[in-house]
Every structure is written in structure tokens, then in C-alpha cells.
Design a protein around this ligand. Structure first.
Ligand SMILES: Cc1ncc(COP(=O)(O)O)c(C=O)c1O
Length: 365
């Protein structure tokens, strides 16, 4: 627990920490939202009150992330995982190619879905290196007739991230930014589409953000089910059916909080500082802790590491839990340890973890 209140040091990979200020505001507004006599969850998604919340969240996201005017912002359901299927269903025809850059389990899942619709191929893969790094941009060859190229900007499980994005020329570039969206400024105009489940950096689970360029949207298939067409949501401002209203309200409040923190440039600086205090302990531990990711590909959102001795690693996780650190177990598919330091995780929590890691090493080596 943190000294000043009852909040845990929350390093969960997602759903994950939300800003305390946002939770407190939501608590204050829960029963009677701004004099309406009801909570957001109880009001019509077609009411003017919700319309204001919804459009406000879209406008704030566009402003904070510098989304150009020729893009639509949508709030969908089904998680980032449904996007793995919706993307090829909308944009990949039978016999057509699409390039996938393989940097971890989420890229593999996206690739698997594309096989149901067309001919996806792997532009590059770092699987042989246990996904410790992002492939170098020079090694990537793009088929100029591919429908799109897909990448995962941050690999939540392996703890790697991209610092520069490929130039795919006329081939549309699509990014799954689920675990690092709005953790730093990004040139949105490089992408034809960006998507992300909200539950790491933007709010609670249940909302999926899609940012899509209008001219790309025009190339989508029309003979597919209504609820799986992007155009359905564009044509109805994400209100074709009942949207996840409370999640959209929370997302809007998280964006508000990000604005108050000084926007993405300030948030990025803080994220770098937060990650550094933990990576520094790993790097100065003389091999007691080892990072999974190659240093040049290290994620600023998910810090993956092992404790040299397996028994000691189990003890590390037990003692960390006792000391109030939550969510440090690595993903069930890879084991080890992982500290997820998303936007809402305070620097103080990262410093506390860094101190704990040093003390644990001093006690046990
Ligand atoms: C990079 C990435 N993509 C996709 C997903 C799947 O997201 P969802 O659970 O919203 O379907 C995750 C979940 O952790 C993720 O980290």
C-alpha cells in the first residue's frame, strides 16, 4: 500500500491503474450526474447529456493526440481482439495479401484471423529471438500490392516497443496500440488506422478506440454484417446501437486528466522517468535481475524481467505482494516478472518498486 492512502501499488497489465483523481470524480458524480438525478449508467445514450460526454471525449482525444481532420474517431466494443477480425473482414479480400510484422503473441493472434479472409504474410518476425526485439526497419520488405501492413506498437507480454515506425509508402499502415496509446506523441498521419482497447492507458475495459482515415475507410468491403462494418459506426457517430456509456464517460475523464497533466509531451517525459528507475535497478544488479527485452527495444509501458534464480523469483513475487505491489507476475504464457507502468501509475509507485528490488537483492544475493 501507498503511505498516504489505501491505494495499492498497481502494476497490473490491464485492466490497470486509473488516475485516483478520475476515480474520485466518478465517485462524486455516480449517483447524481450534474443534477440529472441519475448516474451515467441510467441515462439514455441518445440524451443531450450523454451526447455532450461522448462528443467531448472524441474532441479531447483528437486534440490531445493531434489527430488530423481527415480521420474518424470511433468507440467500439469487442476489445482489441475483435479488431483482429474486423480489419481483414473490412479490408482484405480473398486472394489479396496483407503484411504482418510479428513482434509477439498479439501479432500472432491478429495474423491468425487474417488467414480466414485473405493471404497474410509475415513482413518480419523476431520470434526466433523470443520476441526480445523489434525488427530493424531496414530489413522490412513491403509488397506494394498488399492491402495493408499491420504492426503491434507495444508488446505487452514481451515488454518491447517501437520507437520509430516504418514508411510503407502507398500501402496503408495499421497499428494495434492497445498497450501504449497516448503514452507519448505519435505522428498519427503515418497510419491509416490505429486501434486500442481502452483498459491500459485510457480507461476501463469495454471501450475500443479506433482512429481511421476517411479515404482508407472508403476502400472497405460493404457485403459484411452491419455490426462489423466500420462505416456503420462512422455513419452513426458510434451510436448505431447502445455504446458502453459509462466506459466512454470514464475515458473522457481520463483524457481530461491527461490534459491537466500537460498533454502527451509531459506524460511521455514522466513515463520515461518511471521506466528508467526500474530499468536502472535491472542494469545495475550484476545479473541478479535480467531484462527480457533487448535494451534498444525496451518498452516504456511493460518492464519484463527475471530474477536469476527460479526459487528466488517465486520468493520475489511473494514478498512483493506482501509489500503491497500488485500485478508483478509475468503473463501466464511466458512467466517471470512484469511491471506495467502505464500513464496512471504514479512515479512514486515506480520508485517504491525500485527500492524494493534493491532491498530484495541486498537481502538475498
Ligand atoms: C497489444 C495488445 N493487443 C490486443 C490485446 C487484446 O485486447 P482485448 O482484451 O481488449 O481484446 C491486448 C491485451 O492485453 C494487448 O496488450
Amino acid at each position: 500500500m501507498n503511505q498516504t492512502n489505501t491505494r495499492a501499488y498497481n502494476f497490473n497489465a490491464g485492466p490497470s491503474a486509473l488516475p485516483l483523481e478520475v476515480l474520485e470524480k466518478a465517485q462524486r458524480e455516480l449517483i447524481n450526474f450534474r443534477g440529472t438525478g441519475m448516474s451515467i449508467m441510467e441515462m439514455s445514450h441518445r440524451s443531450s447529456t450523454f451526447e455532450e460526454i461522448h462528443n467531448g471525449a472524441i474532441a479531447r482525444l483528437k486534440k490531445l493526440f493531434s489527430v488530423p481532420d481527415d480521420y474518424e474517431v470511433l468507440f467500439l466494443q469487442g476489445g482489441a481482439s475483435l479488431q483482429f477480425s474486423m480489419i481483414p473482414m473490412n479490408f482484405l479480400n480473398a486472394g489479396q495479401k496483407a503484411g504482418y510484422i510479428m513482434t509477439g503473441s498479439w501479432s500472432e493472434k491478429a495474423f491468425k484471423e487474417a488467414k480466414l479472409f485473405g493471404e497474410p504474410y509475415q513482413v518480419a518476425s523476431t520470434k526466433e529471438n523470443k520476441y526480445r526485439n523489434i525488427p530493424s526497419l531496414q530489413d522490412m520488405q513491403y509488397d506494394s500490392d498488399a492491402a495493408y501492413v499491420h504492426l503491434t506498437s507495444n508488446n505487452t507480454i514481451y515488454g518491447t516497443g517501437w520507437f520509430d515506425f516504418p514508411d510503407t509508402g502507398d500501402v496503408p499502415l495499421i497499428a494495434d496500440m492497445s498497450s501504449d496509446i497516448m503514452s507519448k506523441p505519435v505522428d498519427v498521419s503515418k497510419f491509416s488506422m490505429i486501434y486500442a482497447g481502452a483498459q491500459k492507458n485510457l480507461g476501463p475495459s469495454g471501450v475500443t478506440v479506433v482512429i481511421i482515415r476517411k479515404d482508407f475507410l472508403e476502400t472497405a468491403n460493404t457485403e459484411i454484417p452491419t455490426m462489423l462494418k466500420y462505416s456503420t459506426f462512422v455513419d452513426n457517430n458510434s451510436l448505431y446501437n447502445t455504446p458502453p456509456t459509462f466506459g466512454i464517460y470514464m475515458l473522457g475523464e481520463v483524457l481530461n486528466w491527461m490534459e491537466e497533466k500537460g498533454g502527451l509531451t509531459e506524460i511521455a517525459k514522466l513515463n520515461e522517468e518511471k521506466a528508467k528507475v526500474i530499468y536502472d535497478v535491472i542494469d545495475h544488479s550484476n545479473g541478479f535481475y535480467t531484462g527480457h527485452a533487448s535494451p534498444e527495444s525496451r518498452s516504456l509501458m511493460n518492464i519484463t524481467f527475471r530474477v536469476a534464480d527460479e526459487e528466488l523469483e517465486k520468493q520475489f513475487l511473494v514478498e512483493a505482494k506482501e509489500a503491497g505491489f500488485v500485478g508483478l507476475n509475468g503473463h501466464r504464457s511466458v512467466g517471470g516478472c512484469r511491471a506495467s507502468t502505464y500513464n496512471a501509475v504514479p512515479l512514486e509507485a515506480c520508485q517504491a518498486l525500485s527500492n524494493f528490488m534493491v532491498e530484495f537483492q541486498n537481502k538475498h544475493q
